[in-house]
Design a protein around this ligand. Structure first.
Ligand code: SME
Length: 152
């Protein structure tokens, strides 16, 4: 399934105004996990109120103990501070990394902005080594722009 062909399906999921936003995000996570073979775990983290920490939102994949991540900690916490995409081809080579699952080989985290403010992120873990390209970055940036529209 190409990223391009997934876009209309994602728009349809996000536009279900009869469903709570978290239910739509849950469906979105499940769609991405099920249709992109190297997306092993797909989830959203959001800034936790006024605190300098991220809180786990909707996700698809194995449950994680890391439901709260302080800013600066792990790949996710670093993206909360840097406002930049973080592509990790090999998690074993990262010092500041929070392991969720021993099978994870790679990770990509893309920040989610509303009116220029970094309010959260999409986080993808992969059990495949070095699977992410710039196409994933552009696609996930597009996904986050669509999500931002329903969070506004
Ligand atoms: N690996 C992440 C923690 C979140 S789990 O992947 C779900 C990190 O280093 O921030």
């Amino acid at each position: 399934m190409s990223f391009q062909s997934l876009k209309p399906r994602i728009e349809t999921i996000l536009q279900q105004q009869n469903l709570p936003v978290d239910d739509r995000l849950q469906e979105l996570c499940e769609l991405l996990k099920e249709t992109i073979p190297y997306y092993t775990w797909v989830g959203f983290y959001f800034k936790n109120g006024d605190k300098e920490e991220l809180k786990l939102g909707p996700y698809a994949g194995e449950p994680t103990d890391h439901t709260i991540i302080p800013f600066g900690k792990g790949i996710c916490g670093q993206v909360a501070v840097s406002n930049q995409n973080f592509v990790v081809p090999d998690v074993a080579a990262q010092d500041n990394y929070i392991a969720c699952n021993i099978h994870v080989k790679a990770e990509i985290v893309v920040p989610l902005f509303i009116n220029g403010e970094n309010i959260g992120q999409i986080d993808i873990d992969s059990n495949t080594p070095d699977p992410f390209t710039q196409d994933d970055e552009r696609f996930l940036e597009w996904v986050n722009e669509q999500v931002a529209e329903i969070l506004r």
